[in-house]
Design a protein around this ligand. Structure first.
Ligand code: ZN
Length: 263
């Protein structure tokens, strides 16, 4: 593959899965052409580990802070208070995330998820920071909340998009938002290679791993890492029938527009 540069917009590089060899993972990412890695938090404790890792790799790893929907429980207000105290000063903070709704496993905390999500959307509006959004089995509910703020939303990413054309169109109605495309696009049964070129223009996607999860083919089943994005670039270039350089250039432009990060 060409030596074009790209950005991993979503990696849980602070996770314990990387505790033993994080330096080597970052080294391989740099060698593969990964110019930045964005790290989402999932709860108050992980905000600290995300900030720690970002301090270890300054100007390379950039932090996003928020409460993930699967981590929303009865203590969600306390979690949000702790996270909010970390949002100032905002100079190094890239985005609010990852936040959203997830009813895949359980609806036990459905109401709390809705409230926690909306509160964090209001933070993003107040601070004019982009959003890193996680959504599973809850798109209609999520869209309903975002619509209330559509005029003031600074933009963001619908991360790990795996939906159909109708779902893509519904999300792309939010201006300044893009879809995060990862390893699923390389899976044999994925319909993304047809859905994306049919209804998602190249100026509406960014690249991501969601490491350590969602490793692309031919690494499927292994621990994912940012260097593996090259396989996603190859698959997307085939799907859109453009060069790999074009995939890198277009997604880098989209990252610059949404996050204000130039490489
Ligand atoms: Zn994630």
């Amino acid at each position: 593959m060409s030596n074009c540069k790209f950005i991993d917009t979503h990696s849980h590089l602070d996770g314990e899965e990387f505790a033993a060899d994080r330096d080597a993972v970052v080294q391989r990412a740099r060698e593969a052409g990964c110019a930045r890695i964005f790290l989402p938090a999932i709860d108050a404790a992980s905000c600290q580990t995300v900030l720690d890792v970002c301090r270890q790799y300054p100007d390379y790893c950039l932090p996003m802070l928020g409460l993930h929907p699967e981590e929303v429980r009865d203590d969600w207000r306390d979690q949000l208070a702790q996270i909010k105290s970390l949002l100032t000063p905002p100079s190094t903070l890239l985005a609010i995330g990852e936040i959203g709704l997830d009813y895949y496993w359980s609806r036990e905390f459905e109401q709390q998820q809705l409230e926690a999500f909306e509160e964090q959307v209001r933070w993003a509006v107040d601070m004019q920071l982009p959003l890193m959004i996680h959504c599973r089995k809850a798109q209609n509910e999520l869209v309903a909340i975002l619509k209330k703020y559509v005029k003031d939303l600074p933009g963001g990413v619908f991360h790990c998009f795996t939906g159909n054309e109708q779902e893509a169109r519904q999300l792309l109605e939010f201006p300044r938002f893009v879809l995060g495309i990862g390893g699923v696009s390389t899976f044999k049964k994925s319909h993304l290679p047809e859905v994306l070129p049919a209804c998602v223009p190249l100026d509406r996607i960014v690249l991501e791993t969601d490491a350590p999860y969602m490793a692309p083919v031919p690494m499927r089943g292994q621990r994912n890492e940012s260097s593996f994005i090259r396989h996603i670039i190859t698959r997307l270039a085939q799907a859109y029938q453009v060069s790999e350089e074009t995939i890198c250039e277009e997604t880098n432009k989209n990252v610059a527009r949404v996050f204000g990060i130039q490489i």
